[in-house]
Design a protein around this ligand. Structure first.
Ligand SMILES: [Zn+2]
Length: 129
């Protein structure tokens, strides 16, 4: 199964609508409408981004005061649990995506405890030196 086939299958099975875009840095998910905007996953980086956005749909709850870092971590953990491949490309996407939150003092201060957990999780799953 290709990355594209896997993402399309997950979307079908989970009743998620995909809107294809061309700029991967504008990837996003809309939890209430179950719409994700992603680029066609033709490499493992874009595949992980797609899994991550589906992960948001499946794991984000908006009514219990979750921090943004917690929402991110849960979406990445969902992606890891469902990925058919885990390699340098998927890890590059995890490091880039989680990094934008872990390098932001405001999101870290919002939830230092989960920030530490997220840093350790990335370090374990992707072996950052
Ligand atoms: Zn995210």
């Amino acid at each position: 199964m290709t990355y594209l086939e896997h993402i399309e299958k997950l979307a079908r099975d989970l009743n998620i609508t995909i809107k294809w875009i061309t700029d991967k840095y504008k990837s996003m998910s809309n939890v209430p409408t179950r719409i994700i905007r992603i680029v066609k996953p033709l490499n493992s980086f874009d595949y992980l981004v797609a899994l991550h956005e589906i992960g948001h749909i499946q794991t984000t709850t908006w009514d219990d005061g979750e921090s943004s870092i917690e929402q991110e971590l849960k979406a990445y953990q969902w992606a890891k649990a469902h990925a058919i491949e885990w390699d340098k490309g998927t890890c590059a996407a995890v490091k880039y995506g989680m990094g934008t939150y872990l390098n932001n003092p405001f999101t870290v201060m919002e939830d230092i405890h989960t920030a530490k957990t997220a840093y350790q999780w990335v370090n374990t799953e992707c072996r950052i030196p």
